[in-house]
Design a protein around this ligand. Structure first.
Ligand code: PEP
Length: 251
């Protein structure tokens, strides 16, 4: 049985005080919600303050990115030990915005995932095709390339600590959601890639989230699909009410 995981990616939003306000409101709304992993990913500057709010609650903390070296002369970067120290349990890696604007590659995603795992934390590995890819019939080849590149050389145990987030790029921040059938088709395809690379048993335990314009209105039908194990939520995670509603729709 896979526990659904709902993660809110706040992207480049929220000052420290705004982040604390949002988390405080969210905490009260989801306090009685069980059987779902609830994760928020504030910007780096707000991690410590948000950690203080979520301590001893059912909300866990994620960072939106990381560098793979632990320390050294890498100006501007943040390492896994630093994120762990700030209270993070998860790190989002390979988000399409990082692939698009910050030269993220399969190779760097793999290095980041490995670094996160080596400190007993969990990477949320984002994969997804562009609209052009979908229209040209390249969805499966892009997904295969992203998934295989990200998990290359990971052991079965390491894979079990990974969450894969399928995020069709054409659905991110556009208001266009994949239909539940489109999402299920790709989630099933991802699980089959993992079956071929690992085993049925391992693949059946890996959680695969859907991301792309998830809202309270469409969350339940997306998460009702057999291979959809939760959601990575951008815009709708910036309001406590809408994010809490998505969380409640996961169970
Ligand atoms: C995201 O940024 O991961 C995302 C899915 O954004 P949105 O929900 O706004 O489409």
């Amino acid at each position: 049985m896979r526990t659904p995981i709902i993660a809110g990616n706040w992207k480049l939003n929220k000052t420290i005080s705004e982040a604390v306000e949002l988390t405080t409101e969210l905490k009260d709304l989801v306090t009685a919600t069980n059987n779902v992993d609830i994760v928020v990913a504030p910007p780096f500057t707000a991690l410590d303050a948000v950690n203080k709010v979520v301590k001893d609650t059912n909300i866990e903390l994620a960072a939106q990115d990381v560098y793979w070296e632990d320390s050294g002369a890498f100006t501007g970067e943040v390492s896994v030990p630093m994120l762990k120290d700030a209270g993070c349990e998860y790190v989002i890696v390979g988000h399409s915005e990082r692939r698009q604007f910050f030269n993220e590659t399969n190779e760097s995603v793999n290095l980041k995932a490995n670094a996160v795992l080596s400190h007993d934390m969990k990477p949320i590995i984002c994969v997804g095709e562009l609209l052009d890819d979908r229209e040209a019939g390249r969805t499966e080849s892009v997904i295969k390339n992203h998934v295989s590149g990200a998990v290359e050389k990971l052991t079965s145990d390491a894979l079990l600590s990974c969450i894969i987030a399928y995020e069709p790029v054409w659905a991110i921040g556009t208001g266009k959601t994949a239909t539940p059938e489109q999402a299920q088709e790709v989630h099933n395809y991802i699980r089959n890639i993992l079956k071929e690379t690992y085993s049925d048993e391992i693949a059946s335990q890996v959680r695969i989230q859907y991301g792309g314009s998830v809202k309270p209105e469409n969350a339940a039908e997306l998460m009702a699909q057999p291979d959809v194990d939760g959601a990575l939520v951008g815009g709708a995670s910036l309001q406590a009410e809408s994010f809490a509603q998505i969380v409640k729709n996961a169970i």
